[in-house]
Write a protein that binds this ligand. Structure first.
Ligand SMILES: NC(=O)c1ccc[n+]([C@@H]2O[C@H](COP(=O)([O-])OP(=O)(O)OC[C@H]3O[C@@H](n4cnc5c(N)ncnc54)[C@H](O)[C@@H]3O)[C@@H](O)[C@H]2O)c1
Length: 259
């Protein structure tokens, strides 16, 4: 059993995007375990409602709100919902993302826009509407999901690499702007983590899923893929008082892959 008080996150209001699956869901779960109030946002209403029903069975303080992070009206509605029901927001995990495994030549313009809009613009939009609320409450912690491919290039993932590099530097810009409001902003950079997103890449690249997962794990000093919970633990650290003087940085959680 996790010692809830140790992390200073008990009863803190935490908003998580892309929370119906993978890394977002694992993080919402871990935040629930340490006693936070978690608002799960996702564009996938069915999966989001199911996730919340499962977490409520564990007596976690969780709610689902449907939100497309690329839609300003949705993001404003989230702000209004959080303000009306919780009064403040302490932690924002900007995590929703999508990938299209294509070169610039092969990417349709609509695919480029989708990847940039969900993975990068979504961070801007939700932050735009929640930061004032966070500042009014005395500050908080924002964690943006980057990627190892925000720090180095990768093959056939041009829009994704561009979006994630944008997230890494947007994080630093936000940290500079909002530090005086006692808001810390950091980036978590996962390596290959076993989620539906990673598995979808095998299909996009016309590869066998098992072989793709094995090759994704290969070459890492820790010799395995990440689990969503591996990443969630890094997010919990950045959300909590344990990282009280850390802002504007990126935390690589990748089994040593980039080493
Ligand atoms: N899995 C990996 O190997 C890996 C590695 C590095 C970075 N990441 C990043 O981690 C984050 C989470 O990915 P994951 O692997 O858990 O993927 P996932 O596909 O399991 O979960 C992503 C969630 O985001 C939601 N989503 C998609 N578009 C949305 C939108 N417009 N608004 C709100 N929600 C939306 C999806 O419905 C889904 O529930 C992403 O930003 C991804 O780029 C993943």
């Amino acid at each position: 059993m996790v010692n809830q008080d140790y992390f200073g996150l008990k009863d803190k209001v935490c908003v998580v995007t892309g929370a119906a699956s993978g890394i977002g869901l694992a993080t919402a779960t871990l935040l629930g375990e340490v006693g936070s109030k978690v608002i799960l946002l996702d564009i996938n209403e069915a999966n989001g409602q199911k996730a919340v029903a499962d977490l409520k069975e564990k007596d976690f303080k969780v709610e689902f709100v449907r939100c497309d992070v690329t839609n300003a009206d949705d993001c404003m509605s989230v702000r209004d919902f959080v303000e009306a029901n919780y009064g403040a927001v302490d932690v924002l995990f900007n995590n929703a993302g999508v990938i299209r495994r294509k070169t610039v030549v092969d990417l349709e313009e609509s695919e480029w826009d989708l990847v940039i809009d969900v993975s990068l613009k979504g961070v801007y939009l939700l932050s735009k509407y929640l930061i004032p609320l966070m500042a009014n409450g005395g500050g908080g912690s924002i964690i943006n999901t980057g990627s190892g491919w925000g720090l180095k290039g990768g093959d056939q993932a041009a829009a994704y690499c561009a979006a994630k590099a944008g997230v890494v530097n947007l994080t630093k810009a936000m940290a500079i702007d909002h530090g005086p409001q006692n808001i810390r902003v950091n980036c978590i950079c996962p390596g290959d983590t076993d989620t539906p997103l990673l598995r979808s890449e095998a299909k996009q690249l016309n590869q066998q899923e098992d072989a793709f997962l094995v090759s994704s794990a290969k070459g890492r000093p820790l010799e395995r893929l990440g689990t969503p919970r591996d990443i969630a633990k890094g997010v919990l650290f950045l959300a909590s008082d344990l990282s009280s003087w850390i802002t504007g940085t990126d935390l690589i959680v990748d089994g040593g892959g980039l080493a």
